[in-house]
Design a protein around this ligand. Structure first.
Ligand code: HEM
Length: 206
């Protein structure tokens, strides 16, 4: 019998959507000197979210843990071959190919934030500033691939992955759902981000 089972806990969902929002807003505020403080505040928020996600990858719930989407090259190739035949295996968490985009997105996110912080220093080199911009454009490309992958996977497996990232639930036969959603932690994350935003915008660094 198909049941709705909980796959994504609240902190993972809050991380995902706040990360998408802060990246998009940081991108849009990057081009004008007037919106620089907003850009920097959003960058710090993104960095904070990524640091949280790094920790949650070790102590979080089953499908949020890194070891649940740490696939070896053989598994990735096997998934791709099955995909080419139109019969990819179904995963409750991230798929082997989806996980590649996710590892790249998280690594690039950290790289962009770190180069952004370095670029804030008075003696920042042009190379650092350039790397910050180039990595951001590479990230945009990976996000496009990520979105194509989400749509394709939703069609192939006849499941709405975006709805799952919003509600946390997926339809599945097995009883392999997570037991706790950690709503309190998700709420705490939103509160921390809002407090940081207003505190920073009132009194920016430098
Ligand atoms: C409207 C835009 C977006 C949609 C609809 C979307 C959708 C999704 C979905 C459905 C998943 C789960 C995939 C799965 O089931 O395996 C996911 C995961 C993920 N997405 Fe997005 N995404 C969007 C934007 C972004 C952006 C802008 C970024 C990066 C800045 C991003 C980074 C990630 C990451 C890192 C994960 C893994 C989440 C985790 O395990 O914590 N996404 N996304």
């Amino acid at each position: 019998m198909i049941k709705r089972i909980l796959v994504w806990d609240v902190p993972t969902r809050v991380f995902h959507w706040l990360q998408a929002l802060s990246f998009a807003a940081a991108y849009l505020t990057a081009f004008s000197e007037r919106s620089r403080n907003y850009h920097v505040a959003l960058g710090f928020i993104l960095l904070g979210l990524l640091v949280f996600r790094l920790l949650w990858g070790f102590v979080g719930t089953r499908y949020a843990r890194f070891r649940s989407f740490l696939f070896n090259p053989k598994e990735i190739v096997a998934y791709l071959l099955a995909l080419a035949k139109g019969k990819p295996a179904h995963y409750l968490g991230h798929t082997p190919v989806g996980s590649v985009a996710i590892w790249i997105l998280m690594s690039l996110g950290i790289f962009i934030c770190v180069t952004g912080v370095l670029a804030l220093q008075d003696d920042a080199s042009d190379v650092v500033v350039q790397m910050h911009g180039v990595a951001t454009n590479v990230m945009l490309g990976v996000i496009v691939l990520h979105l194509i992958g989400v749509v394709m996977s939703s069609i192939l497996h006849r499941e709405n992955l975006v709805a799952a990232m919003l509600t946390g639930f997926k339809p599945a036969k097995s009883g392999e759902g997570i037991q706790r959603s950690y709503t309190w932690l998700g709420v705490l994350m939103v509160v921390a981000v809002v407090i940081f935003w207003f505190a920073y915008v009132r009194k920016p660094l430098g």
